[in-house]
Design a protein around this ligand. Structure first.
Ligand code: DLL
Length: 433
């Protein structure tokens, strides 16, 4: 279902007129109220009156995660402090967290974005949404909660964890829709199987999954285990949280809510805008936010735009599902690989379980070495060792032929790799670089 036909299906030229008006307004506000942006624009010799077309956005400064960390906690506030009604943060492994401060209107923008996102996955007032994204400073829980409520669905605000209770509630309340990270969805499915619960017999029929990279084969795995349709949803704290882009029933890329979040793709090395269709770093400008609006924010996420019209009728530009982040791309002896490519290749192989860790190290030779730890089905351990050996060789050969990397494969028994209730940690990089 399309939640907001007027905006989502607007003729492109008309949408661009609104985008330009919003951009001009935003630049005016940021120049007037946020010293960080005024200084940056002055250094570039650009004034708000220099913005005449959408293309002029390229003259404006980019914003980075480091800028946000330096301006922690309130340095990017663009409205009086007493208008803020909610705050979220995301913390990386190091440094200060990045902060998003929302006014009432910003929360309305978020509700709208998430209502569009969940409606596209088929959520209606008849649904019972089991929301297992974490509640708290993380945006996942509240974002899906706002979206489901806006659509009139019933929300079970479970948050993440306590899997036995999740499964009990799923059965007793007849949840029809699941929202959580893809890795947690799989973990719950494993626990269900262990507890003898047949998920196919439950009413759960669809889910919105995101917050971490996942492959097409991981989608199939979730769909098969639950007997559901699984949708990819994308977003980040700095821009709004989940709801920046989402899949429709066609599942051929994620529609960007571009009337709210203006997207660009740049070359991550030069910062220059790339032509449509080229792969690069995704950048967003929050066109209508009031609390902490951002100009040309570098997400570090890698994708490309799909400009062709979608069969669903929405006219918004789509982004290909993420390939990964510039900061988790592994360079193994000069070959660039994203963990999601390793995952995709791995899941094609019969006998592996959807749990793996990639450990990168530098050995005595100072060359990069990759160990891929993969869980395999229990029967392999009870069978003859030659089966384990041939599976190990098969994985090694596939990694070599598909990704051009040499890996050492360590096959481990089911349930040995740590499970995650939120974002899974797939890579351990022990190289001190
Ligand atoms: O993860 C917001 C979110 C919550 C999105 C729930 C979807 C569902 P952060 O914690 O700030 O916010 O992390 C944002 O997570 O820049 C991506 O690198 C990654 N990410 C988010 N969605 C996807 C996705 C939330 N669908 C960062 N596929 C982003 C791949 C994703 N990576």
């Amino acid at each position: 279902m399309i939640f907001n036909i007027e905006h989502e299906c607007m003729e492109r030229g008309s949408r661009q007129k609104f985008q330009l008006a919003d951009l001009k307004n935003l630049v005016e506000i940021l120049y007037g109220r946020v010293p960080f942006y005024r200084t940056k624009m002055d250094a570039l010799g650009i004034k708000p009156r220099d913005i005449h077309t959408l293309k002029d956005i390229e003259k404006l400064p980019l914003t980075t995660k480091d800028d946000l960390r330096e301006l922690y906690p309130h340095g990017l506030l663009a409205c009086p402090k007493d208008r803020i009604v909610e705050v979220h943060m995301s913390s990386g492994t190091t440094g200060k967290p990045v902060v998003d401060e929302y006014t009432r209107r910003d929360i309305d923008i978020w509700r709208e974005s998430m209502a569009r996102t969940m409606a596209a996955a088929g959520c209606t007032r008849d649904d019972i949404v089991q929301n297992c994204y974490g509640y708290g400073l993380f945006t996942g829980g509240p974002g899906a909660h706002y979206g489901a409520m806006t659509l009139g669905a019933e929300v079970l605000p479970m948050s993440s964890g306590n899997t036995a209770r999740q499964l009990m509630v799923m059965q007793d309340f007849g949840s029809t829709m699941l929202t959580c990270t893809p890795s947690y969805a799989l973990f719950m499915a494993e626990e269900a199987a262990e507890a003898g619960i047949d998920l196919h017999k439950l009413p759960i029929a669809k889910g919105c999954f995101g917050a971490e990279p996942w492959s097409e084969n991981m989608r199939k795995e979730i769909e098969n285990r639950y007997g559901m349709k699984a949708y990819d949803i994308y977003g980040l704290t700095e821009i709004i949280g989940p709801g920046v882009s989402f899949e429709c029933e066609a599942q051929e890329g994620l529609h960007i809510n571009e009337d709210l979040f203006y997207p660009e793709i740049i070359d991550p090395d030069t910062g220059k805008t790339l032509p449509p269709g080229e792969k690069g770093e995704l950048v967003f400008t929050t066109l209508t936010k009031e609390g902490t609006p951002l100009l040309r924010y570098r997400t570090r996420d890698i994708t490309f735009f799909i400009e062709e019209p979608c069969s669903c009728g929405r006219t918004t530009v789509r982004m290909h599902r993420l390939f990964g982040r510039t900061d988790d791309m592994l360079i193994i002896r000069g070959v660039n690989v994203f963990p999601s490519q390793i995952e995709h290749a791995l899941f094609e192989i019969e006998g592996t379980e959807p749990a793996y860790v990639i450990v990168v190290d530098r050995g005595a030779t100072h060359l990069d070495e990759v160990e891929l730890q993969v869980e395999v089905k229990q029967e392999f351990f009870s069978d003859e060792t030659k089966n384990l050996e041939s599976l190990r060789a098969k994985i090694q050969n596939i990694m070599k032929s598909k990704l051009q990397i040499a890996v050492r494969v360590k096959l481990v028994e089911p349930k040995t790799i740590e499970r995650s209730i939120g974002k899974a940690k797939r890579v351990i990089d022990n190289r001190k670089i």
